[in-house]
Write a protein that binds this ligand. Sequence first.
Ligand SMILES: [Fe+2]
Ligand SMILES: [Fe+2]
Length: 320
Amino acid sequence: MTLKLNQITREHLNQELKLTLLLTSIEIKSARNGKSYADFQVQDQTQKTTLRFWDYQPHNSEPELPMIVDCAILVGEYREQLQLTLKKWESTTQTEITVDQLVRSSRWNPEKMQGWLRDYYEYIEAEHIRELIQRMVFEEPFYEKYCTYPAAKTVHHNFMYGILQHTLEVLKYVKMVAGTKKLTQRQVDRLLAMTFLHDWAKIIEYEPVPSESMTVEGRMLGHIFIGAHHTRNMMDTIPNFDDTDALIILNGILGHHGAYEWGSPVLPKTVEAQILHQADKLSGDIESILSFTEDQAARDDQFTDKLWNMGTDYFKGGIT
Ligand SMILES: [Fe+2]
Ligand SMILES: [Fe+2]
């Protein structure tokens, strides 16, 4: 069996390993001595990582990315952390390997996830709200992207089917809170709708997997504005869309990051919007801890590195 990125451990120190990886970007940088080197972003289905390539000579023709490459990687150590240096790379000659096999994907089954998405849709009763979700989520040109795109570039759900998995997690959490606190049916309708739509615009903000890039529109406008804007426009195509429902759903989308400093232009102004914000944060934070801990599982240390979005390192000793 060929080695995967997450299986590289201290046992491999000072060895040169051969791996087949998906190369998604090359960033050329210059060292203090003026020599240029490059950071190669690579992944297989287990992990994404950066490989440093010291003798990078920019070619006249840039390689077309993403590209499947055979790599020779030297396992070294820097400040007690494993450091992977790329020694040699070339476009693979193994014709049986496809990009899909090297893309990091959700572990959840995509067909099942689509079924669950339908199940949550069926909880919505108000006709105009059902119509909004039908048009924005379940119809093309949106549905296929909604079901395959990642929900982030880094940190959480940054893999294929990420929006779908993340949205399902948040739908599950908000439904549980709505039931526990006995919200009215109309509140539940609005809460589910804003949850379906809160990260919808990531299908516009990001390029499709395996690209790691944001689109120009995404960089200029961001998913919060784009999502609210498309939703407002779609509401206008539905006859007699209730004004109060419109305001509450839009506030939920705009406020879902929960604070000005986290990118929301307004704060959550309803209980539905606040439930969405908390559930969204729960899904993102927990996923980031789990995937970060897993990425670092092969290291000897009892603790992970510091996970920047959580402000702390995590104990690995209790994981069996
Ligand atoms: Fe978001
Ligand atoms: Fe989200």
